[in-house]
Design a protein around this ligand. Structure first.
Ligand code: GDP
Ligand code: MG
Length: 246
């Protein structure tokens, strides 16, 4: 069994990508299940095989504790830890080869609180896993935002401690010219130039970041499945050393 987590900033397209990637794998007759780990999502475009809202629902938490939306989300995510054993048991009953895991809208709540790491290691156990990190290409068009998203990606890679694939999500929303620029940045080209004048600290930081880029972010669109073959190949390369694992 292989776990594929989808993380990224709020609205970066995780839920949509999970749905489309599941359908894409199903079209190839692969055995795939979907886990929703977002306690605050209202409607899902897919029917999850496991839904964390059966254990903790951010709406209920909001009403029960009289909290606003932000604090109820934090409390919900922390509450998940108290139900970890039950959740682990139920998710463990899934027998599909691939388990796609949709994570909470706000990546910092999932990745930077204990929940993220605990859940990713608990759910996964001895199975292999990979984290797909979505960088919203509409936001990444701006050089400073691109660098900030790369830094966020590194930070999450470090925090979760599992192999990661970066993708540029929603590329159908940007022009060919903008995409070309993003692809060049992904290869480490032109990024410093595009940033214009930066202080010494930023210069060194970006230089180090470019050097540490292993694989350039993969352009992806859940609208037209652009990049899905590439994403699949990259996930497969990481998980199974290039072997097919249908
Ligand atoms: P999440 O918060 O990361 O789970 O993001 P969602 O999957 O809920 O997507 C946020 C918004 O972006 C929704 O309105 C989606 O329809 C839209 N969206 C997601 N992926 C794409 C994409 O590939 N192309 C376009 N054009 N819109 C997308
Ligand atoms: Mg979502």
């Amino acid at each position: 069994m292989y776990y594929v987590f989808f993380t990224g900033t709020a609205g970066s397209g995780k839920t949509t990508a999970v749905k489309e990637f599941r359908d894409y794998l199903l079209d190839q007759e692969m055995d795939v299940a979907v886990v929703n780990m977002d306690p605050a999502v209202e409607t899902l475009p897919y029917t999850p095989d496991f839904d964390v809202r059966d254990y903790v629902d951010a709406r209920e938490v909001m009403e029960r504790f009289g909290l606003g939306p932000n604090s109820s989300l934090i409390v919900s995510i922390d509450l998940l830890l108290t139900k970890a054993t039950d959740i682990k048991r139920e998710v463990g009953e899934i027998e599909s080869n691939y388990v796609l895991v949709d994570t909470p809208g706000q990546v910092e709540l999932f990745a930077y609180r204990d929940t993220g790491r605990t859940f990713s290691s608990l759910l996964v156990g001895d199975s292999k896993s990979v984290n797909v990190f979505l960088m919203d290409s509409f936001i990444a068009r701006e050089a400073r935002s691109y660098v900030s998203l790369l830094l966020l990606s590194s930070s999450i890679r470090f925090k979760l401690g599992i192999p990661q694939v970066n993708v540029l999500s929603k590329v159908d929303l940007i022009s060919d010219k903008e995409l070309e620029k993003l692809l060049a940045w992904g290869e480490g080209e032109d990024l410093l130039d595009s940033l214009g004048v930066v202080d010494d600290y930023s210069f060194e930081l970006v230089r180090t970041l470019i050097e540490s880029l292993e694989v350039p972010p993969i352009p992806l669109s859940s609208t037209n499945r652009e990049g899905f073959d590439k994403l699949y190949a990259e996930i497969q390369r990481i998980l199974a050393g290039g072997e097919d694992f249908v």
